[in-house]
Write a protein that binds this ligand. Structure first.
Ligand SMILES: [Zn+2]
Length: 399
């Protein structure tokens, strides 16, 4: 730790993109012969895309959807209440006059700010909305199993969001599902010129959930518990003509400006997010700190590396400044670790032991420092639903 210079890469002997701060341990990362990562290549391509032409394509897709929908909803928009889904609702309802059915798969870890943002967006956009919420006990058990199965805490959200959206598309016969940010934007898995050909059910399974719901069944999770997480069959999806798209493949995506826009226009709120210096991504959830801390323990980088790399690409930070931010936040033990250990019954010792086992081979021998976080998180790390119940209980007790 003492040797670590704040403005340099953390892991010595590991390849990092020469432009941004992304290491070779990022899942699916590809470097070109110069050593530039695909996300950096993609951000350059983005400048040269004819976005006017893309917008025309978007208009055609949406017009066709409207025509086909008749009296049904024109499309499904999965929303979390985050800045992306708020922006999606703005674009679809205010600019293109679409009538979407909004869907939320609740991770049941809503932050107070996130809950406000979700309800606020429903009020502001006047959309019909369905929410599915897995029960508290199941969420706790899945959070436990998730660590062992995929090495992070959030399997139920990774899988539940697409499963619920696809189930609804089939059930309500609404074939068009519109997601937000393009996979080419900053995930590094594809680029604008080299798009992912199969953005489909397989994509969700491999990239997002990584484990079939059946594989989650164990002595404390039954197959019956898994009901909400199964995807429709390929036949059902084909019969319903389900089509998935990202708005970000058709309009120039700038999440910083979009956040400012939804904040100033609709009253969307930021909050403090553990493990990073930015307050707008995953603001709906109390657990991103755990998601990203486990990523750090597995892959040697966290959310700050990811977000500072985006800022470096956009010319907002130098690469050195990016490393400085990454090295200040990625290794902080999040407050949400306490909550996670409490709901899963996993001991702190076992948690670190398990994460050590999950660490990628290429960095097995590298020391990954962790530091105690000294600031108290701005928001309470307790699902907002539980905060409400607790408040009422205290009121009754006359506290
Ligand atoms: Zn890069």
């Amino acid at each position: 730790m003492s040797e670590l210079k704040l403005n340099e890469q953390l892991m010595k002997g590991v390849q990092y993109c020469i432009r941004c701060c992304i290491p070779e341990t990022q899942e699916g990362v590809k470097f070109d012969e110069m050593g530039i990562c695909q996300a950096c290549q993609s951000s350059e391509q983005k400048i040269h895309i004819d976005w006017v032409e893309k917008e025309k394509q978007l208009r055609e897709i949406l017009d066709t959807a409207k025509e086909m929908a008749g009296n049904n909803y024109d499309c499904i928009v999965p929303i979390s209440g985050g800045k992306d889904s708020t922006f999606q609702l703005h674009v679809l309802t205010k600019i293109y006059n679409m009538k979407p059915l909004a869907l939320t798969f609740s991770h049941n870890w809503f932050s107070e700010t996130g809950w406000y943002n979700l309800l606020n967006s429903l009020e502001k956009f006047n959309v019909d909305h369905i929410m599915f919420t897995p029960n508290r006990d199941l969420v706790n058990r899945l959070a436990k199993k998730s660590l062992e199965a995929i090495g992070d805490t959030c399997w139920h959200c990774h899988t539940g969001v697409p499963a619920f959206a696809l189930q609804a598309a089939v059930r309500f016969k609404i074939p068009l599902l519109i997601f937000g940010e393009s996979i080419a934007e900053s995930s590094g898995r594809s680029s604008y010129k080299n798009p992912l050909m199969e953005f489909n059910v397989d994509y969700f399974m491999k990239v997002s959930g990584k484990r079939d719901p059946k594989d989650m069944v164990c002595d404390y999770i039954s197959e019956k518990d898994m009901k909400p997480f199964f995807f429709p069959t390929l036949k059902e999806l084909e019969d319903a003509g389900v089509r998935l798209m990202h708005l970000g493949d058709y309009i120039f995506w700038d999440d910083e400006r979009q956040m400012e826009f939804v904040r100033d226009t609709y009253g969307w709120k930021e909050t403090e997010i553990e493990g990073t210096y930015k307050g707008y991504k995953s603001a709906e959830c109390i657990m991103p700190g755990m998601h990203d801390f486990t990523n750090y323990l597995k892959r040697g980088y966290g959310r700050s590396t990811y977000q500072s790399s985006v800022d470096v690409r956009n010319g907002l930070l130098s690469r050195e400044e990016g490393f400085e931010l990454a090295n200040s936040f990625d290794m902080e033990i999040p407050e949400s670790l306490e909550y996670y250990l409490k709901i899963t019954g996993i001991s702190r010792e076992d948690f670190y032991k398990m994460m050590k086992e999950k660490r990628l081979d290429v960095i097995k021998n590298i020391e990954l420092p962790v530091i105690q976080k000294t600031r108290k998180n701005k928001e309470r790390i307790l699902p907002f639903a539980q905060q409400l119940v607790e408040k009422e209980e205290q009121r009754r007790k006359g506290k």
